[in-house]
Ligand binder design. Structure first.
Ligand code: NAP
Length: 327
């Protein structure tokens, strides 16, 4: 049994990871910037999980929190922001974690990056993720890096959002609709994190967490709509229009549904590079989208039920920032 500290553990992946870790017999501390009751309603009931409010950006506060743990899992990320905000969340935060690890003697770190992370990427998100990874390479810590493609699962904000829009619109124009993705199921990602924690042989590895199949975004939108009983005409939104829409959405209050940086990321396919190991090399047989989708999207669930197009936009904007689309 390991005693683990989860940073960013209140989000989509973190919620699933807490359940997996408890099932595997580990103890978990989840740090959140928010009031635990508000941030962690979905995991607070788990007996093996303790949720604590902490400022993870503060080196001293993080070291105090980290002391006594066997390993750290870093899930902290933002999907939207300006250059400085990405730098803070994906680079400075990583350096603070490294410093806290050294000062407390916690040497094991599982870091969740993103497929497509590259110093030369057009997207600020992907560039900052690459800078964070680079810090880890020279940190002297026992690091395993996972790079997931877009993650799907019961409470995702990816295929669920596609389905909601199709419940409300007669046709569905998809920004970046021709971009190819290799979606990975959230349970496979979290199982892989547990595997890394339990297998020291994964130290020093960077693994691409991808599913078994490649789809364009239009194909994924079509599958989501069909599964939810709203089989609409789906087509790629013209690039100029998609950028205009993203600029408009960025001006709305709250977290934008789509940002210009998301569109930059979508200029490049988000599939396994062929240069790095994937979950298969760890002995996993990742689940497919068609295999899982009907378990959470089906006509009886009433996706979008009675809500207007603007309500869907507003709900998204007022939600805590979460990863939903291409990373
Ligand atoms: N979801 C995907 O499709 C996908 C795809 C590829 C890679 N990933 C990667 O997987 C990891 C987990 O993703 P996710 O979908 O679970 O993300 P998420 O739902 O957005 O959760 C991210 C968590 O990070 C914390 N956080 C955000 N900004 C922070 C900041 N400035 N300082 C400290 N904490 C901050 C938040 O915790 P509090 O608000 O409670 O503090 C939040 O719970 C991320 O590294 C992401 O880049 C996700």
């Amino acid at each position: 049994m390991a005693n683990l500290l989860l940073l960013g553990g209140t989000g989509f992946v973190g919620r699933h990871l807490c359940e997996q870790l408890q099932r595997a017999g580990h103890r978990v501390t989840v740090a959140t910037r928010r009031t635990p009751r508000m941030a962690a309603a979905a995991i607070q009931h788990l007996p093996a999980v303790t949720v604590l409010q902490a400022n993870t950006n503060d080196a001293q506060a993080l070291a105090t929190l980290m002391a006594g743990h066997d390993a750290v899992v870093n899930l902290i990320a933002i999907l939207h922001g300006n250059e400085a905000e990405f730098e803070r969340a994906h680079v400075t935060q990583v350096q603070t974690i490294i410093d806290a690890c050294h000062s407390t003697g916690v040497h094991r770190l599982i870091h969740i990056s993103a497929l497509g992370a590259a110093q030369g990427a057009t997207s600020k998100y992907q560039r900052s993720k690459a800078r964070g990874e680079a810090l880890l390479q020279t940190s002297g810590l026992e690091v395993t890096v996972l790079r997931p493609s877009v993650i799907f699962g019961a409470d995702d904000r990816f295929l669920n959002t596609f389905a909601r829009f199709q419940a409300l619109l007669p046709v569905f124009p998809v920004p970046g609709g021709d971009t190819r993705f290799q979606p990975v199921w959230v349970e496979d990602v979290t199982r892989a994190i547990v595997y890394a924690i339990e297998h020291p042989g994964t130290i020093g590895q960077t693994v691409e967490a991808v599913g078994p199949e490649v789809y364009t975004l239009c194909e994924l939108a079509k599958m989501a709509g069909k599964a939810a009983g709203h089989d609409r005409m789906v087509f790629t939104q013209p690039t100029a229009l998609a950028y205009f829409q993203a600029v408009f959405l960025e001006m709305l209050p709250g977290v934008p549904l789509l940002s210009t940086d998301n569109l930059s990321a979508m200029e490049v396919d988000n599939v396994a590079s062929g240069q790095l190991p994937t979950l298969r090399e760890w002995g996993f047989t990742p689940a497919s989208v068609p295999g899982i989708l009907p378990t959470y999207l089906n006509p009886h669930l009433g996706v979008g039920g009675g809500r207007s197009y603007l309500t869907v936009l507003r709900d998204h904007a007022s939600a805590p920032q979460r990863m939903t689309s291409k990373k």
